[in-house]
Ligand binder design. Structure first.
Ligand SMILES: Cc1cc2nc3c(=O)[nH]c(=O)nc-3n(C[C@H](O)[C@H](O)[C@H](O)COP(=O)(O)O)c2cc1C
Length: 159
């Protein structure tokens, strides 16, 4: 089964999860970056504001076609209780999503706030025509638990 892991990561935690999963399932991987980088505390405040407002940032790559894949895994950090504007931007430019299996993964500091964030994450994915197979929320401890990540990746095949 051809799979792709698509992720945004500012400080590396989500990248770590995405890389481990992609390696285990032998999937392709795309890192999404914002056209205008978030760096420094003011930029992060702006990032939180944009997350709360559900903004979709212009992103690189500007087109993401998933039609060649049977399984799509999308990973985002939680910012201000929402998916990041960067992953929103990625979802916006995705094509070929109709009827495709998707797994949504969020990394966070606090699982309660991620559960809220998942709602908008899933809503956007459904709007694109994806079929949600599974959602996963990982706090920092989980994200560095290699056994747990391996179990999650193994479960993708059965979902
Ligand atoms: C701007 C910003 C806002 C954040 N807001 C939240 C939040 O509302 N809830 C939460 O649990 N974690 C929050 N976090 C923590 C990140 O979601 C968490 O550390 C995540 O794993 C970081 O992923 P990354 O290293 O791939 O960027 C925030 C981090 C940043 C930088």
């Amino acid at each position: 089964m051809r799979s792709i892991v698509i992720y945004h990561s500012l400080s590396g935690t989500t990248r770590r999860v995405a890389e481990r999963i992609a390696r285990q399932i032998n999937g392709d991987m795309i890192e999404i970056t914002p056209e205008k980088n978030y760096s420094g505390s003011l930029a992060l405040l702006k990032g939180c504001y944009r997350s709360i407002k559900r903004v979709a940032d212009p992103v690189v790559p500007g087109e993401i076609d998933v039609s060649d894949y049977e399984m799509v895994i999308i990973c985002s950090p939680v910012w201000a209780g929402k998916p990041t504007p960067v992953i929103n931007g990625a979802i916006k430019v995705m094509t070929g999503c109709q009827g495709k299996k998707v797994f949504a993964i969020m990394t966070c500091r606090n699982k309660n706030s991620a559960n809220n964030a998942l709602a908008f994450f899933v809503e956007q994915l459904k709007e694109k025509g994806f079929v949600i197979s599974k959602t996963v929320v990982l706090d920092k401890k989980d994200a560095f638990n290699n056994v747990l990540i391996a179990e999650i990746a193994e479960g993708f095949g059965d979902a």
